[in-house]
Design a protein around this ligand. Structure first.
Ligand code: SAH
Length: 232
C-alpha cells in the first residue's frame, strides 16, 4: 500500500503551521512523492520525510510555486537547491542500513537536504562555505523547530573532524576526486554518498570496511563543484 494512503503525521506543530496552500499545499507535495515512487524510491522513511517537509520554505517567495517540481532551483550566490529525486536517492542510499545516528551533510545550501536528514538521523552536522546561505538555512530550520541540526561555516573538503566519527556523510558539492579525509571520519561500515568529477559527474556510494572501502556507482548527476575555502 502506498504511504500516500496513510494520514499525514507532521513531525511537530511548526510543520503543520507551514504546510502551505495551492501550489505549496500537501496535495502538491503528495504529487511529488508519487513521482519519487514512480522513479523507484522505496524507502518509507525518505518518502515520508519528503511528504512532510515544506520545500517552499527553502526558496525565495518568487520561486515558491515551483517548489514541488522535481527540479533543482536557484537559491542565490550561484547555487541551487538539489532536485528532490537526487535528495531522495542519496538519502535512501545513506539510510539503507537504517538507524542513522550521526550524519554529516556537506554543502548546506538552502538547508533542505539537512532538514530531510534531520527527520531520519539522531544528529545532523551541516557545513557550508558561503556564510549568508548558512545563516538563511539556519533560520528556516529554526522556523521548523528542528533542534538536531548543527551548522558550521567550513570547507567541507576536510569534513568536520572535531565531531567525527559519523555513520553517514552526504555531499551536495562535487570534488574532482574523493577526499580521503572523509573516510577517516566514518565509523566502520559507515556510508558516504557524493558526486565526483567536474564536467561529467557520477554519483558514488562508498562503504568503509576494516581495510579500506567498497565503491558503487549510482549514476550520472549534475551538482555544483566543491570549492575551496569559505566566503563571508
Ligand atoms: N544540500 C543543498 C544543496 C546546495 S548546492 C540543498 O539542499 O539546498 C551545494 C552547496 O555546496 C552550495 O551551497 C555550495 O556553496 C556548497 N559548497 C561547495 N563547496 C563547498 C565546500 N568546500 N564546503 C562546504 N560547502 C560547499
Amino acid at each position: 500500500m502506498s504511504i500516500l494512503q496513510d494520514p499525514v503525521h507532521y513531525p511537530n506543530p511548526a510543520y503543520e503551521a507551514n504546510q502551505g496552500v495551492g501550489m505549496t499545499s500537501q496535495r502538491t507535495r503528495n504529487r511529488l512523492v508519487e513521482r519519487l515512487i514512480f522513479l523507484g524510491i522505496t524507502d518509507p522513511d525518505v518518502l515520508n520525510a519528503v511528504r512532510v517537509t515544506p520545500r517552499h520554505l527553502f526558496l525565495d517567495e518568487a520561486m515558491a510555486s515551483r517548489a514541488y517540481e522535481d527540479t533543482a532551483l536557484p537559491i542565490g550566490y550561484s547555487q541551487t537547491i538539489s532536485q528532490p529525486w537526487v535528495v531522495a536517492k542519496m538519502t535512501s542510499w545513506l539510510n539503507a542500513k537504517g538507524s542513522l545516528n550521526r550524519v554529516l551533510d556537506i554543502g548546506t545550501g538552502s538547508g533542505y537536504q539537512a532538514a530531510i536528514l534531520a527527520l531520519l538521523a539522531q544528529q545532523v552536522y551541516t557545513i557550508e562555505r558561503i556564510e549568508p546561505l548558512l545563516i538563511r538555512a539556519e533560520q528556516v530550520l529554526k522556523k521548523l523547530e528542528l533542534e538536531n541540526v548543527m551548522f558550521s561555516l567550513a570547507d567541507g573538503y576536510w569534513g568536520l573532524p572535531s565531531y567525527a566519527p559519523f555513520d553517514g556523510i552526504l555531499s551536495a558539492a562535487s570534488p574532482e576526486r574523493v577526499p580521503e579525509e572523509l573516510f577517516d571520519q566514518l565509523v566502520e561500515n559507515g556510508r558516504l554518498v557524493m558526486p565526483i568529477g567536474s564536467e561529467e559527474q557520477l554519483l558514488y556510494g562508498y562503504v568503509k570496511t576494516s581495510t579500506g572501502y567498497t565503491e558503487e556507482c549510482l549514476g550520472e548527476v549534475m551538482f555544483v563543484p566543491m570549492l575551496k575555502g569559505i566566503e563571508s
